[in-house]
Write a protein that binds this ligand. Structure first.
Ligand SMILES: *Cc1c(COP(=O)(O)O)cnc(C)c1O
Length: 255
């Protein structure tokens, strides 16, 4: 496939259009069945080329998700002409904060105090940089606090693996994020644990969301639901879905 409309460009457009329509139909019927408002769709484009993101934008996608800074930064630069909101959804090292705030509208994987500090500082630095360069304003970075929902985990022991704060730290993290200049606390995020009932996991996330809203009433966003569990997430009250493979197809094995 080529970025400028190579021979199979039309086929890929048709394929992505069909997959996107199918996912949108699932979202609509799940929302109707649960009596919920339809959540926003973030299409997770990690490992797929910028040309796919451009096709998706042409199909009406406005929000895309990425989990690696290097890949996301390159795609965002290549697609600067499009009006896309970039959501960073992967585990994030503090030394990448400065890069991420150059292109990201939001970070869904905020899970510890040093990262909150680093992101706030990075946004303020980015504002100075844009000011000096005569560029447009950088709005507050939307932050989703990511929690681990592994049932039966020791509530005092940091979880291994995919990231996420312990639910017990919700209030402290929310207070820190809400007090940091440059950041806007949007809400909560989680990935349902492997092998667990996603409905039950997302209910736990909604209880954490209530705790966060006690600190910051406007922080009502709930980022939950992937290709395999979007129906359960919608039933639980998700406001943002992160859907990758059901829109783009199986992710390339080599990366
Ligand atoms: C890759 C990824 C997704 C999308 O997962 P699919 O199963 O492909 O829909 C969602 N959230 C996070 C955090 C991811 O890393």
């Amino acid at each position: 496939m080529s970025d400028d409309g190579g021979p199979d460009h039309g086929d890929r457009t048709r394929e992505l259009g069909e997959r996107l329509r199918a996912v949108r139909a699932r979202i609509s019927s799940a929302a109707a069945a649960a009596g919920r408002t339809e959540p926003g769709l973030i299409v997770v484009t990690k490992y797929f080329p910028a040309s796919d993101v451009r096709i998706l934008a042409g199909l009406g996608v406005t929000d895309v998700g990425e989990n690696r800074d290097q890949e996301a930064a390159a795609k965002a630069a290549e697609l600067e002409d499009l009006d896309l909101a970039w959501h960073f959804i992967g585990q994030l090292q503090t030394n990448k904060a400065r890069s991420v705030v150059r292109y990201a509208h939001s970070v869904h994987s905020v899970d510890r105090l040093p990262l909150i500090t680093a992101l706030g500082k990075a946004v303020r630095g980015e504002r100075e940089r844009r000011d000096a360069a005569g560029l447009g304003a950088r709005e507050d970075l939307h932050c989703f606090l990511q929690f681990t929902l592994d049932a039966g985990a020791d509530p005092t022991e940091a979880p291994a693996g995919r990231g996420g704060a312990l639910p017990i730290d919700a209030t402290a993290l929310a207070e820190a994020c809400a007090a940091t200049e440059g950041l806007r606390l949007a809400g909560v995020m989680a990935v349902a644990p492997l092998g667990a009932d996603p409905a039950e996991a997302f209910e736990r996330l909604l209880r954490i969301s209530a705790e966060i809203r006690a600190v910051a009433p406007a922080a009502s966003a709930v980022s939950a639901g992937m290709s395999g569990d979007l129906e359960e997430a919608i039933a639980a009250g998700a406001t943002h879905l992160r859907i990758g493979s059901d829109v783009l197809g199986p992710r390339p094995a080599v990366r």
